[in-house]
Write a protein that binds this ligand. Structure first.
Ligand code: SF4
Length: 219
C-alpha cells in the first residue's frame, strides 16, 4: 500500500478514525483556521516557485484580507534575513519501503551556507503548540523521505511557526531511522489487515467526536 505521513498520523491517533476517513471517505470539515492555513501554504509555494522578492507579489498570491497578511509580512522580513538557498519548495518524495510505497511532501528544503541540508515545515495554526523537535515525527518522516528519495543528507530540522513569527531548529539525528521504517511498515501492515479498533484516548481532540459511535467525548 501507499502510506503518507497523514495516513500514519491518523492511524496512530485512532485506527477507527483512519477507517472513517480513508475507507469510508468521511471528510474533516473545513474551518476558518484551516482555510487560512491552506491559503498561506499556497501563497508561500507560489512566491518561492516564482523566485519572487516582492512582498506585494506574496500578498497578492494570498488574496485574503485577514490576519494571514500579517503572518506573511513577518515571514517576508525573516526570509530576507536568511542566508540559505532554497533547493526544494513543496517537494514531493516517493520511495519503496518493503512491499509498500512511502509518499510525502516537504514544505521547503534549504541548503545552508556551510552546505547543510535543512528540512522546513510551516505551521500555520494560531494556537499551534510547540513540541520538542526531537519528538516531531513529521519532520523525521520527511527527513527520511528526503534521504531515501532525493539522495540528500539532512542536517537540520526546522519548524517555522508563521502566526508567532518564530522558527525552531535542531540538528538532525538519523539514529532513529531504522525504528521509523519499522513503524511505517508495521502501520501499513495493520491497515492492510483491516485492523481498525477504536482508541478513545484521542476522542477529546477528534474531529468526529460528535457523531462517532465509539466516541467518549460527544459534549
Ligand atoms: S471519536 Fe474517538 S473512537 Fe471515534 S474516531 Fe474519533 S478518536 Fe476514534
Amino acid at each position: 500500500m501507499e502510506i503518507s505521513f497523514t495516513r500514519l498520523r491518523i492511524y496512530r491517533e485512532c485506527p477507527w478514525k483512519y477507517k472513517l476517513m480513508f475507507i469510508d471517505g468521511m471528510k474533516i470539515p473545513s474551518t476558518p483556521q484551516s482555510a487560512v492555513g491552506l491559503a498561506l501554504h499556497r501563497a508561500l509555494e507560489s512566491f518561492h516557485r516564482a523566485n519572487s522578492e516582492d512582498l506585494e507579489f506574496l500578498l497578492e498570491r494570498y488574496g485574503r484580507e485577514d490576519k494571514g497578511r500579517r503572518f506573511l509580512e513577518k515571514y517576508f522580513e525573516q526570509n530576507r534575513a536568511r542566508r540559505t538557498r532554497i533547493i526544494g519548495n513543496e517537494k514531493e518524495f516517493v520511495y519503496p519501503l518493503g512491499p509498500h510505497m512511502v509518499r510525502g511532501m516537504v514544505d521547503r528544503i534549504d541548503q545552508r551556507p556551510d552546505g547543510g541540508i535543512e528540512i522546513i515545515d510551516y505551521k500555520t495554526q494560531l494556537d499551534q503548540k510547540e513540541y520538542p523537535l526531537a519528538d516531531n515525527l513529521q519532520l523525521h518522516f520527511y527527513a527520511l523521505g528526503v534521504r531515501e528519495c532525493l539522495n540528500l543528507k539532512p542536517s537540520w530540522l526546522t519548524v517555522h511557526y508563521l502566526a508567532a513569527g518564530k522558527t525552531d531548529s535542531i540538528a538532525y539525528d538519523d539514529s532513529g531511522e531504522d525504528e521509523l521504517k519499522r513503524l511505517i511498515i508495521e502501520t501499513a501492515e495493520h491497515i492492510e489487515a483491516g485492523e481498525f479498533r477504536s482508541d478513545s484516548s484521542f476522542c477529546p481532540r477528534c474531529d468526529f467526536r460528535k457523531g462517532c459511535q465509539f466516541s467518549i467525548a460527544r459534549d
